[in-house]
Write a new protein. Structure first.
Length: 535
């Protein structure tokens, strides 16, 4: 139905009832923001002000105009009375939510989606992690001049594209040209204004960045990946799910140890070589200091917070080449395969060519011929990609045709604890006899003595089996008071050798004592001073 064919109802009715009687809502274009659709509706209906449009759609005129995560969508879909337009359809195809969902925990993703459907609009940005993100949003609504012209040619009007408003997207993923700034500043100056491109776009609008042709290709590839993510219909995942996949790949690239500890300095150096500093600065993803907390370290450590999709895209491109390749290789299920409200997913069945399976099996058997003594773990280090492919696609065969686990034969040689106790006793006696305080006095405690014994852990783990050593050890332990007196003796002996007058302040200072020492220590200091006076 064309706009000119509309017959307006009785104007005596409240204006917000007229839209329901018209049964009209604009056609939702591909990749169009819901904000854009409402702005076109405002023009089509000819309502005098934005509050009237808002009240028609949401039942109240106090609803804020929202670019990325609109709310109260259940009320909106009920008021427009089109069965084909549902809250889920609006969220998945006309908001920013699908871009962030793959990197959100399942429960949180469902909670955010519920908030968008209801009138509860609080804390969505905080739950997604945007409030604390270092990536700044765009300062204006952006548009591609080529997209704008094509929209007019195909649709008779232009609209705001979702992908153009994503932070980090500076180049159109469809035409490869730099985006331009519109006249709509962000955040919106008026919280109720729905401004269509027709009123905000000028032919001579400035580009969002100055011409940087040397890095335009990199920006274009990043935009393509973000656009793919937006439309891939991917499901939410448990916390730290991606971190585990990243570390697996880093191990194959020798950027993580077998213990899964990431070599952060080497990784940051490699990423800085992969992406230019100018590119990272342009999209707000600088790595300022490798010793400080940065997005590279955060993504490769266990975390309880979420991160902007742009960070994930940069790391995925570095590790796997492209976002599409990463998700295909990791065989992640889409939302259709996910049970809502649960982390359980239906495995995605993939059709694998029989010749490919045969070749992979042959390669695995040949590898074992080359390294006949290697364990499965050692073979995996040599050919990690081959092992992972078989593990994902031919697991049963891999289990049957891999080296069996080595069984260790237990040793039945009994330890002669009596002999060990005597030997250790002599060692501890020698340590206590040669106790050296020449550098810095150390109190004789269980820990300080055991620390100097070669196999001191035996005294900790098996004290009952080493009774002689343990008894001698306990006899050598000093109390704090005894240690202070020993330090006083060392100081006074040193002063006497140097023929100096012994005074209390010297003893306190050189022995490192405080004025709060016990009465016994204080008396000993007085005794040493008096001996010095008599001499």
């Amino acid at each position: 139905m064309k706009l000119s064919e509309f017959v307006y109802p009785d104007t005596s009715l409240p204006v917000w009832e007229r839209i329901e009687m018209l049964g009209y809502f604009p056609l939702l274009y591909k990749d169009e923001l819901l904000y854009s659709t409402i702005s076109r509706l405002h023009i089509h209906t000819g309502f005098a002000n934005y509050k009237t449009t808002i009240k028609c759609l949401f039942g109240k005129d106090s609803m804020r105009a929202t670019i990325d995560f609109p709310t109260n969508l259940d009320v909106l879909t009920k008021n427009i009375s089109f069965k084909t337009i549902t809250s889920d359809k609006l969220i998945d195809e006309h908001t920013m939510f699908p871009l962030y969902q793959p990197f959100l925990p399942i429960d949180r993703a469902n909670d955010i989606k519920d908030k968008m459907k209801t009138k509860n609009n609080g804390s969505i940005h905080a739950k997604i992690g945007l409030s604390a993100s270092r990536i700044s949003p765009h300062t204006h609504l952006l548009f591609c001049q080529s997209c704008y012209d094509e929209d007019f040619e195909k649709c008779g009007e232009a609209y705001w594209h979702r992908i153009h408003q994503v932070p980090g997207v500076l180049v159109c993923p469809h035409h490869g040209c730099f985006l331009k700034k519109s006249g709509v500043k962000l955040p919106l100056v008026s919280y109720i204004a729905y401004i269509a491109p027709y009123y905000a776009v000028e032919r001579g609008s400035s580009y969002v960045i100055e011409s940087c042709l040397e890095i335009r290709d990199s920006l274009y590839l990043i935009a393509k990946d973000l656009d793919w993510l937006m439309n891939a219909n991917l499901s939410a995942k448990p916390m730290n799910y991606y971190r585990e996949l990243y570390v697996d790949c880093l191990k194959h690239k020798k950027l993580a140890l077998p213990t899964r500890r990431v070599r952060q300095k080497a990784l940051i150096k490699a990423i800085r070589s992969f992406y230019s500093a100018e590119l990272l600065n342009m999209i707000g993803c600088d790595i300022l200091d490798e010793n400080e907390s940065n997005w590279v370290k955060e993504l490769t450590r266990k975390n309880r917070k979420t991160f902007h999709p742009l960070y994930h895209v940069l790391l995925i491109r570095f590790l796997f080449g492209s976002v599409m390749k990463f998700f295909e290789e990791t065989n992640l299920p889409s939302k259709k395969d996910t049970i809502k409200g649960s982390s359980k997913t239906q495995p995605k069945k993939s059709v694998v060519n029989s010749d490919t399976v045969k070749n992979k099996r042959t390669d695995w058997l040949k590898l074992q011929e080359v390294y006949p003594l290697y364990t499965r773990k050692e073979l995996r280090k040599v050919a990690g990609n081959l092992y992972m492919w078989l593990y994902r696609n031919d697991k049963e065969w891999l289990q049957l045709n891999s080296p069996t686990r080595k069984t260790t034969i237990p040793s039945y040689n009994r330890v002669n604890w009596g002999e060990r106790d005597k030997a250790m006793l002599e060692e501890v006696k020698q340590i206590c006899l040669e106790w050296n305080d020449s550098v810095k006095p150390v109190r004789k405690s269980i820990h300080s003595i055991i620390k100097r014994v070669k196999r001191g852990y035996l005294l900790v783990n098996y004290p009952d089996k080493l009774p002689l050593t343990n008894a001698f050890l306990m006899s050598q332990i000093e109390t704090v008071e005894e240690f202070q007196i020993r330090r006083i003796k060392n100081v006074t002996e040193e002063l006497r050798k140097e023929n100096q007058i012994i005074s209390e302040w010297q003893i306190y200072r050189k022995a490192g004592l405080r004025s709060t020492v016990t009465e016994k220590v204080r008396q000993f200091i007085t005794y040493e001073v008096n001996i010095g006076v008599r001499r």
